[in-house]
Design a protein around this ligand. Structure first.
Ligand SMILES: C[S@@+](CC[C@H](N)C(=O)[O-])C[C@H]1O[C@@H](n2cnc3c(N)ncnc32)[C@H](O)[C@@H]1O
Length: 401
């Protein structure tokens, strides 16, 4: 077992003495005039964005003139400033969604459209105790911290020390210091979670990682009865594997899954239409809830569609004669039996055991794929080199320390 490292945040806000600095939640810095040390987003006449950090005496240069930071320090949010060549810039504080899209990234981030869904559909509430893994670049962590507030607890776990450092640097830059509700632990979730939380004490768990099904047992132990687990996965093979893992576990409700597509609109005079480009795919979300201890999930009265769990109808199961999923059974031969039997078959037997052709190497059946085959590259992620990660880590430490 490997030891994990926890980097605690500053003491909880409610332990601060009167008159001491405000907790680093960035709440106080969301209003008022622009101040030294703040990030400001400048939009030029062509709609291009430039982010600067305000420093007295500094200048922002482009090939067409420059503007002085001093002209912005003390100005209201939403000001327009003109540079030495007469070019106008709109100056605004970045929103959280602007910030996460422009901050240094070690790993791929959860996009704002999905963070919004996660906060809403996992019912992240003020004061909640939330567990998150992995932390990656910290984009989702910031939305979770916003939702739980300074009196909640976000316990984030990340296997990679370098990614955890980048995420914490990003958090400090956004919140203006260590958020009082945030603890980041470097370690594998399955090993670290039981050491950091009491069984049955966590309200919500959010998993954004390659193999969330490996964590289902540890998460079930940590969650309160009725607690919500939400997983964000990039591919249908992962989605299928985690859904079956949830069903097989037996301590969770029937999962539900979806994706969201957001299409921006072009608004110019009479040319009001969808944008030509959009992010066609980010990821899938799947949620389930923890059952009370000792409770088994209610029997499913729906028979899965023929072929849903393999190449042919489940062994010993009569063919339902339908191709849709919504056929009620008489209860004596339940769909839940057929689901769990068939899934365990798929896990424990080889295809040839059941008289089917053996799968060829490189099979894309999610249940057959060995653990070490779920790599970022295999799932189509663009992986950054170690050199790039080291540079990002240095840049984040430089801007936030
Ligand atoms: C896609 S990134 C997370 C991005 C993050 N949600 C964000 O919005 O910035 C996935 C991370 O999970 C971490 N990870 C994968 N399996 C893990 C595990 N079992 N325990 C802890 N971290 C894990 C990886 O190292 C990686 O940094």
């Amino acid at each position: 077992m490997t030891a994990d490292t926890t980097r605690a945040a500053t003491p909880p806000a409610d332990s601060a003495e009167p008159g001491t600095a405000a907790p680093a939640t960035a709440a106080h810095a969301r209003r008022g005039v622009l101040e030294v040390g703040e990030r400001v987003q400048l939009t030029d006449p062509k709609g291009r964005l430039h982010t600067i950090t305000l420093e007295p005496g500094r200048e922002f240069h482009t090939h067409r003139g420059f503007l002085r930071h001093d002209d912005l320090i003390g100005a209201p949010d939403g000001s327009v400033v003109t540079n030495t060549a007469g070019v106008e810039y709109l100056a605004l504080r970045p929103l959280l969604s602007d910030y996460v899209m422009s901050m240094p990234r070690g790993a791929a981030v959860v996009y704002p459209k999905d963070s919004g869904q996660i906060v809403q559909m996992a019912d992240i509430f003020p004061g909640a105790t939330v567990v998150e893994a992995g932390v990656g670049s910290g984009a989702l962590s910031m939305s979770l911290l916003r939702a739980i507030g300074e009196h909640g607890r976000l316990l984030s776990f990340e296997r990679r020390d370098d990614f955890a450092a980048i995420a914490q640097g990003n958090g400090r830059a956004f919140f203006g210091g260590d958020h009082p509700a945030w603890t980041v632990t470097v370690g594998d979730l399955v090993e670290s979670l039981p050491r950091h939380v009491e069984a049955g004490s966590v309200d919500r768990v959010v998993l954004d990682m390659l193999a969330p099904w490996e964590c289902l047992e540890a998460v079930a132990d940590a969650l309160v009865p009725g607690g919500v687990l939400i997983c964000y996965v990039a591919t249908t093979t992962q989605l299928s594997r985690v859904a079956e893992g949830i069903r097989l576990h037996g301590g969770y409700t029937e999962p539900s899954a979806w994706e969201s597509l957001v299409r921006g609109w072009h608004l110019e005079g009479l040319a009001v239409r969808p944008e030509h480009r959009m992010h066609g795919h980010t990821g899938f979300l799947i949620t389930t809830r923890r059952l009370a201890p000792g409770v088994t999930p209610p029997e499913r009265k729906r028979r899965p569609a023929k072929g849903a769990y393999g190449d042919s109808a489940p062994t010993g199961e009569p063919d339902s004669g339908t191709d849709g999923p919504d056929v009620l059974t008489d209860g004596s031969d339940t769909a839940s039996d057929s689901v769990s039997d068939t899934v365990s078959d798929t896990v424990s037997e080889t295809a040839s055991d059941r008289g089917r052709p053996a799968r060829t190497p490189g099979s894309t059946n999610a249940m057959d794929v060995p653990v070490d085959a779920w790599t970022p590259e295999a799932l189509g992620e663009r992986v950054k080199s170690d050199k790039t990660i080291r540079r990002l880590r240095r840049s984040v430490a430089g801007t936030s320390d």
